[in-house]
Design a protein around this ligand. Structure first.
Ligand SMILES: [Zn+2]
Length: 176
């Protein structure tokens, strides 16, 4: 399975992802294919829509105290539902679909999420810190929402200008 990252302003990213109904080999292979993409791009989370599949699946891998990511810390979430949220936190977020851009975003500090694993088993996770932030960021992707959609009007305008410039420079440099 050959997957690649969909980047803004691709309209695919605005799609609402559909509930996963079948927990079959195809889903397992898809999740297996998502993992190296996230790791090779230094991501801590990746939603299916970011590789072009509008299904409610996402993976997360938060680095440990030594700043290392290992397969032991991989969490695969299918059909996640936020069941509780509290507190407030601000974190400078980035997104594999919005390369080179980072902004402070408000999130809940604590979240509880019900989800299914790749075999369809129901799970619950209580998260805080970076994991809670990443879960909320990835769950937004399932609704077609990007972190830049949360910026104020003036910051969003500034972003659009900078991003356009970045894309143009990238295009020019790939030509030469
Ligand atoms: Zn993202």
């Amino acid at each position: 399975m050959n997957l690649s990252i969909v980047t803004y302003p691709d309209k695919k990213l605005k799609e609402t992802s559909k509930k996963v109904e079948k927990f079959d080999l195809e889903l397992a292979e898809f999740l297996d294919a998502m993992y190296p993409i996230m790791m090779n791009t230094n991501g801590i989370g990746l939603a299916a829509i970011q590789v072009g599949y509008a299904i409610r699946a996402m993976i997360l891998n938060i680095p440990d105290e030594e700043d290392l990511q290992s397969l032991d810390n991989l969490i695969e979430m299918i059909n996640p539902i936020l069941t509780s949220k509290s507190g407030e936190t601000i974190y400078q977020e980035g997104c594999l679909s919005v390369p080179t851009f980072y902004e402070d975003i408000n999130r809940f500090e604590f979240v509880t999420v019900n989800y299914q694993d790749r075999d369809g088993n129901t799970k619950t996770i209580e998260a805080n810190g970076l994991l809670a932030i990443a879960i909320q960021h990835e769950m937004d992707h399932l609704e077609g929402i990007l972190f830049i959609d949360k910026l104020t009007y003036s910051r969003r305008k500034k972003f659009e200008k900078e991003y356009k410039k970045m894309l143009k420079e990238k295009k020019n440099s790939s030509k030469s």
